[in-house]
Design a protein around this ligand. Sequence first.
Ligand code: PAZ
Length: 291
Amino acid sequence: MDTTWEDFYAKHPPPQDIDQNETMLRAFVMRQLKRNNKVVLVTSGGTTIPLEHNTVRFVDNFSAGTRGSVSAEYFLENGYAVIFIYRVNTLEPFSRYFKGQKFLDMLKINEQNGKCIITDKLLQLTFTTLSEYLWLLRSACQSLTCLKNKAILYLAAAVSDFYIPSNELAVHKIPSNAPSTISLQLVPKILAPLVSLWVPEAFVISFKLETDENLLISKARDALNKYKHNLVIANMLQTRKQQVTIVSQENNYVISLTNEQLAKGEEIERLIVSVLIDKHQNFIQSTEQCN
Ligand code: PAZ
C-alpha cells in the first residue's frame, strides 16, 4: 500500500536541527513581513535515499543546483527575499562563481546558531536526505503562511520518487558478500498537502523533469490538474539550460535562449524569473480583488 504523507512524517523522525531551523525561518519571515517584502522559497539540488541507517551507501537524485541558485540570485535582484533550501555541496547563490574558493570569507556573515544569513534577504538552509528535505519543506511552508499571496514557492529540487521505509533499512553497512534485494516504496506526493493545507494562499510553482519529450507536457499538465497549483515548469534533462515550458491552466509558454545567447553566457533563469514575477504580480492583484 502507498504511504500517505501523514504516515511518512509519523515514521521518520525530524532532523536534529529542525527546531533551530524553525526559529530562523520564523524570525526571517517576520522581518520580511514587517518590511512588506515578497518572499520566495527556492528548493534546489537532489535528495538522497539512504540504504543503511549508518549510511555508507545511498541512492542519489540528479541536480547540480544550478537552476535553484541562479534563480535565487535573480529573485534577489528583483527585490524578493529568498529562503534557499539546498542540498549540501550543491551550488549556492553568488558563491557558485567561486566553487572551491573561500568566497564566504570575503563576505560579512552574521552567524546565528551556526547557520549563515549572508544578507538580510537571503536565508540558506541545507538538507541531504529525502526525509530531511520533507521536514524542512514543511517547516518552511508553515513559516510562510502569514505572508499569504506574497509568498512564492519555487520547487526546483529533484526529489526522489522512491524510498526505503525507515523500519526496513539495514542498521549497519550492507555486507558486500551478502547483497540483498531492495524494495522501494513510492514517496507520498507532498504537493497535495502543500497546496491545500500548508500554504493555500501562496503562488506555487513546481518543476517537471523528463527525458522523453513525448511525455513532458502531458505529465506537467497532469500535475497541474491534480494538485491545482499555479504553474509547472517543464524541462528536458538534455536541454534544460536552453529551453523550458511554463505550463498554466490557460496555456503552454515556451521560454528559450538562442545558441548565441547561450554561448555568451546568458542564463535562462533570468527569463524564467522575469515571467514569474509578472505572473505573481497578477496573482496578487487577482486574489486581492476577490477578498
Ligand atoms: O539543478 P540543475 O540545474 O542541474 O537541474 C535543475 C532541475 C532539472 C533538477 C530542475 O529544473 C527540475 O526540473 N526539478 C524538478 C525535478 C523533478 O521532476 O523531480
